[in-house]
Design a protein around this ligand. Sequence first.
Ligand code: NAI
Length: 459
Amino acid sequence: MYDLAIIGGGPGGYVAAERAGAAGLKVVLFERKSLGGVCLNEGCIPTKTLLYSAKVYNYAKTGDHYGVYVSDPSFKYDEIVARKNKVVKKLVGGVKAAMKGNKVEVVAENATIQGRDNEGVKIEAGGNVYAAKNLLICTGSEAAVPPFPGLKEAGDVIVTNREILDLTERPEALVVIGGGVIGMEFAAFFSTLGTKVTVVEMLPKILGPLDDEISEMLQKQYEKRGVEFCLRCKVTGIEGNTVVYEDPEGKVCRVSGDKILVSVGRRANLQGFGLENIGVELALNPAGRPYGIKVDEKMKTNVPGVYAAGDVTGFSMLAHTASREGEVAVNNILGKEDRMRYNAIPGVVYTNPEVAGVGLTESEAKAKGIDFKVVKLPMAYAGRFVAENERGEGICKIIVGAKYHEVLGVHMLGNPCSEIISAACVAIETEMTLEQLQEVVFPHPTVSEIIKETSFTIK
Ligand code: NAI
């Protein structure tokens, strides 16, 4: 009998397994593909590795901005992809070692929940049955691919975040359907390498949930580099290597590419592992369709001893959310008081420049009817930013409550805001006010000082 069975070895599942194993629980983890899940194998890590190659290439091309001359910079696409594979392999090895180090039994099979009795949950995998007192479901999500007319016939012209990682050649032209996080990161990668990129997005802005001003600034920077944006444009079909869409006036337009990336969101994996056999309740969207497993703030489902964490819950589909949710589940299994909070979850888009935000945006604060103030400064107020970002533009915005100046949200554009945003996460998590933030000593010279500088502009 195991204390905890975990289905899915992504950042929800493997982090939970590590914590539970370290706390002395007897843990079995089922992963049918590769440890690390989407994040490590076909998401966060491979894309950041590719994007770093593009960044290095861009440094070589723009060295003259810094007085450094590189003659005729070039790249080998297959070597960029090979390095990505090497990085993924190394990190998957790291997860394997962490499982071993914490005495987690890893079963490399497809797991199916068989049912539940007084003793716990029974799971079948590879012909064996495993019994566990608790179950944590971390089966993740997959790319949502709408049934656009002509999509099937287009064959391998159509790619999702998974197939695009292993192209053997760089496409000359790429059409991206959906200007969200995945769409923008691939638009950034391929446009830097010289691909003609067109982004077709049905909303009036790219990166929908992000701060409006920041998403507009980022769009302008990519427009200058030749990326074309078709906003308020809804895709209606595919004709071979051509995307058909309706422009804001209702006119039918077409744009072609060697590849078409479909990045219009992700869907929780709710099927194929026997969820129905234990009667777990699903969360429904306003149209009554299930979008994830319903959990409470302790990550508990309606079935005693059964928890869920990560993308399978269907709302905050981010690796770091998954890991924290997994930890909350494990802490509750261990009898510790812990609950999930979503007000300080950072979001980062690894374009160049990067975008990072945590907490409420201005529009969210408005929609919630909160009495708030906004303070902001260009990134150039941080000396280090100027030193390292020739011709770079950026911004730091802080949203605070109007009366007490408690930090509600921080949003930034400019490198390396993906690293700096953690300071803002701590400020929100610990309910700091701007005045308290002003008393913190930030290292000089760092770009992070922009947060402190911005905090002093409150009136
Ligand atoms: P997304 O939800 O970020 O963006 C999808 C976009 O597609 C939206 O802007 C939507 O308006 C648009 N769209 C939908 N249907 C369309 C249509 N028919 N025509 C034109 N546009 C259409 O989804 P995405 O980019 O696929 O990412 C999926 C998930 O993965 C997200 O939850 C994201 O947070 C996560 N992710 C996070 C990353 C990070 O943290 N850096 C990196 C990559 C993914």
